[in-house]
Ligand binder design. Structure first.
Ligand SMILES: NC(=O)c1ccc[n+]([C@@H]2O[C@H](COP(=O)([O-])OP(=O)(O)OC[C@H]3O[C@@H](n4cnc5c(N)ncnc54)[C@H](OP(=O)(O)O)[C@@H]3O)[C@@H](O)[C@H]2O)c1
Length: 303
């Protein structure tokens, strides 16, 4: 059996939650890397108590990037500040941070598949790929699958139906205020969603503002993104395929170049192996154009 090393850069709420899911499900060795060493050590000690008795794997923490050597998967959940109004608030600091992390990952584990989680997600996915020079199919921003979970949740709540009756709900574009829930393919119990709602507006607003609603009650989210990231790590580690919307640098797909945004992809142990085309109606197509332009403007703002 080949042992995989899953490294997680940033041991805050999100990084530690991802580590917990990996370790408690017996998924390979985990390394936590954090600027403040004590945080990496503390979280790894806490999560270590969740190692199942039959597991062959362990977890450790460090502030030393050279320990990334041999990593097969690197998750980036590092952050230097908290945004309150928009995910792009700390963009200069986050971009500087991601460029620095990209140089280190390039030095210590140039063959790793990189899963980005830090915000602003699409901008950081773009700058990581450009700085590292890694294949765009191995630099994957995880967020649109979380937005999709939130879309499904609100459809289920609004119509009082179980999520299991909802098919083809997906969110594309920016992980931000311009994200685009795709309504035209959604069915509920076999019937088109459009036949059950008056307009897209309420659901779209709810999905886009999910994080703001959550922050009325809790400082920041962690579990939803942790599960969505874990599912991708599990697929890569266990040589399975997973189809989700995720952010990658685009080269003509969906009519977009030189920008990263959430589109439907298939991922396996080699990274992204297929970019899938979903049918969009005119409203969705033009919203997606606006979303890509928003991301492009943010990218240019720190060029
Ligand atoms: N993609 C999504 O859908 C999604 C969902 C939720 C959250 N997020 C994003 O995920 C990121 C993490 O969120 P969080 O709540 O876990 O934040 P957090 O609790 O503040 O944790 C961030 C951690 O990153 C560490 N860090 C900062 N710079 C680093 C570097 N260069 N190398 C290693 N570690 C570094 C910090 O260490 P120190 O304590 O030493 O400063 C801190 O422990 C944020 O950008 C957040 O917006 C994304």
């Amino acid at each position: 059996m080949v042992v995989i090393l899953i490294s997680i850069v940033g041991s805050g709420r999100v990084g530690a939650s991802i580590a917990f899911l990996c370790v408690s499900n017996g998924l390979d060795d985990v390394l936590l890397v954090n600027t403040t060493k004590e945080k990496a050590l503390g979280e790894s000690l806490d999560v270590a108590s969740a190692i199942p008795a039959n597991s062959k794997f362990s977890i450790r923490g460090t502030d030393n990037y050279s320990e990334l050597v041999g990593s097969d998967i690197v998750v980036i959940a590092a952050s230097v500040g908290i945004y309150t109004k928009h995910r792009t608030e700390n963009i200069p600091h986050q971009v500087a941070m991601i460029k620095d992390i990209a140089e280190k990952i390039k030095e210590y584990c140039p063959s790793a598949i990189v899963l980005l989680v830090s915000n602003p997600l699409d901008v950081l996915t773009y700058y990581f790929q450009k700085t590292s020079g890694f294949s765009r199919f191995k630099v994957i921003g995880i967020a649109s699958s979380l937005d999709t979970s939130r879309f499904r949740y609100y459809i289920s709540e609004m119509l009082s139906v179980p999520q299991s009756s909802i098919s083809n709900a997906i969110v594309l574009g920016e992980h931000g205020d311009s994200m685009v829930p795709i309504f035209s393919g959604v069915s509920v119990g076999g019937n088109p969603l459009f036949s059950m709602i008056d307009s897209r507006d309420a659901l779209t607003d709810n999905v886009r503002n999910y994080w703001r609603t959550l922050r009325n009650f809790k400082s920041r989210s962690q579990f939803g993104i942790a599960k969505n990231t874990y599912d991708v790590i599990d697929a890569i580690s266990n040589k399975k395929e997973i189809s989700i919307p995720a952010s990658i640098v685009l080269d003509g797909e969906y009519g977009e170049h030189d920008v990263a945004m959430g589109i439907p992809v298939k991922i396996n142990q080699n990274g992204v192996i297929e970019i899938q085309q979903v049918k969009l109606d005119d409203t969705e197509f033009s919203s997606l154009k606006k979303s890509s332009q928003k991301i492009r403007n943010d990218i240019e703002s720190v060029r």
